[in-house]
Write a protein that binds this ligand. Structure first.
Ligand SMILES: NC(=O)c1ccc[n+]([C@@H]2O[C@H](COP(=O)([O-])OP(=O)(O)OC[C@H]3O[C@@H](n4cnc5c(N)ncnc54)[C@H](OP(=O)(O)O)[C@@H]3O)[C@@H](O)[C@H]2O)c1
Length: 310
């Protein structure tokens, strides 16, 4: 047997690096990610996506760009699809477009962005610009255009319906990030019947569970969950706290997976979009789309456990 110390060292290094990403690189590497169905079309979509706020606002920063490139490549390699952006996120739309083109992965992505301005003409100008920045080929539709934070929602919804009919976008959505908007979102789900709605929902911000998720379900609206980690604050709460042993009962190996599995196990949730450009965090997050999910009793247990850590 030939001993090659260099490759043994490499192997050891790789083995030491393994635990955090075991779910995605070991026996489960080829396992299929949990998918949900978009109610209005029946199209399947993986239940874990990728958010780009701050993470992909990387203009002029070469090392951040390299990180984002690696994160996006890993996301696709592991079966991720939905990437969410907005003209509000600085250079993020352009970064997603450029990197997707470089990696030649536009066809494998479900790209979502937003309109975030007032007025019909200004909205159209901004949306044209977003499609250009995201490098959506002229012959292809953007997958999802959402009204960001309900800004001038009725004006933009009328245009979005026309764009959908004309084949420039495939789906229409509305977004917000705070419970103060839930009543308006609920009313618009009933009156305007968008394909998607996006809002905050997590173990730290649970109020959408009281009504809004039920209304989304009843109106056949796909739900994208933003702020799944309350912008990262949830990791600070569990820092240095061990994951409970019973998390293994639903194939959960990390706190990120604990938080995400709690979200995507709600039957009305279509996709959660954790924000990051860290490839290891992408691997960790997509691991939440593998294996068993908690049932209702376990979800209540998880909430009690999280509250007790406060
Ligand atoms: N109104 C709206 O439409 C609206 C509002 C808010 C958010 N959004 C969308 O929702 C997305 C998600 O929300 P968010 O970015 O505000 O907050 P978030 O996803 O709740 O949290 C992001 C934070 O979590 C950390 N993180 C991610 N994965 C991790 C992991 N596996 N382990 C440890 N830390 C991890 C990130 O750190 P690292 O960077 O170090 O990975 C970052 O600090 C946004 O990016 C955006 O696309 C939309």
């Amino acid at each position: 047997m030939v001993h090659n110390p260099a490759s043994r060292r490499e192997l050891l290094k790789a083995a030491l690096a393994l635990p955090a990403i075991a779910l995605m690189t070991g026996a489960n590497a080829n396992a299929k990610l949990l998918a949900r169905t978009i109610p209005k079309s029946g199209e399947p979509i993986p239940a874990i996506g990728l958010g780009t706020w701050q993470a992909f606002d990387i203009a002029g920063n070469r090392s951040a760009r390299a990180e984002a490139r690696e994160a996006l490549a890993r996301f696709i390699e592991l079966g991720g699809k939905l990437v969410d952006s907005s003209p509000m996120y600085g250079s993020a739309e352009a970064a997603v477009g450029e990197l997707a083109q470089e990696l030649r992965v536009h066809q494998r992505l479900f790209l979502a962005t937003k309109v975030w301005t007032r007025g019909r003409e200004e909205g159209i100008r901004q949306m044209e610009e977003s499609l250009r920045k995201m490098r959506i080929p002229r012959e292809r539709a953007l997958d999802l255009m959402q009204v960001h934070n309900l800004v001038d929602a009725k004006t933009h919804l009328a245009v979005l319906r026309d764009w959908k009919a004309a084949g420039r976008i495939r789906y229409v959505g509305l977004t917000h990030y705070h419970e103060s908007a839930y009543a308006e979102l609920e009313q618009l789900l009933r009156e305007a019947a968008p394909d998607f709605v996006q809002f905050n929902y997590s173990l730290a911000e649970r109020s959408a569970g009281a009504r809004l998720l039920g209304v989304a379900h009843d109106t056949g609206t796909a739900v994208i969950v933003n702020r799944p980690f309350a912008e990262g604050a949830m990791f600070r709460r569990v820092r240095n706290k061990p994951l409970p042993a019973w998390a293994a009962e639903f194939d959960c190996a990390t706190w990120a997976q604990f938080f995400l599995k709690w979200i995507v196990s709600h039957p009305a949730v279509t996709c959660a979009i954790p924000g990051t450009r860290n490839a290891r965090h992408v691997e960790d997050n997509l691991g939440a789309g593998l294996g068993r999910l908690p049932d209702d009793a376990m979800r209540r247990n998880m909430a009690r456990h999280f509250d007790a850590l406060a």
